[in-house]
Write a protein of this length. Sequence first.
Length: 201
Amino acid sequence: MVSCAQLNAGKRGESLTEMSIRAANENLDVIFIQEPWNLAKANIKGGKLITSSKTYDKPHRAAIWVSDTFAKTSKSIVIESLSDRDCITIKAELIIDGKLTNVLLSSIYMPTYEEKTITAANGTVTTKNKYINNPISNLMEEIGVYARANQLEIIISCDSNSHSDLWGENFEDNRGSKIIDFALNHNLVIMNVGDVPTFVE
């Protein structure tokens, strides 16, 4: 059995410190993290924090922490072709229903807006925010295709910035509908329980 948790760090450094205490107290194996803040100073003991090795001009918005024990026993490896600034995917060997099963674990941040920097002829730089109506990125679709082609199970933990009664909201927006379609297309089960918000400010 694998013990997992999700953390939307909300760009707060103290949230990573709090998760370090929880990881120790609950013997967590895997923590899916979105919007981590200052990963260089993150110190979740007893394991390692993983992001894509690709470099960007802005911080990574998705990470996975794995305990040292999990890293060894699961033979986990990073799948860089299925990772970027907003997604980190690893492959691990887990025992499911008594069978050794290869599983993809992905931590994904789904931004609400796309920032576009525009440089005018006179050198003026402006930033324009464009609303992202469909949160399912090409990379997410590639994860589904890769898993199907290689007969892998998938566990996705995400900050979707979307709404649906399937995860405790009282309404569904278009982004939520797109996520449900993605889940159905890839035979995924939404695991949220109850109507307690997954984000608390």
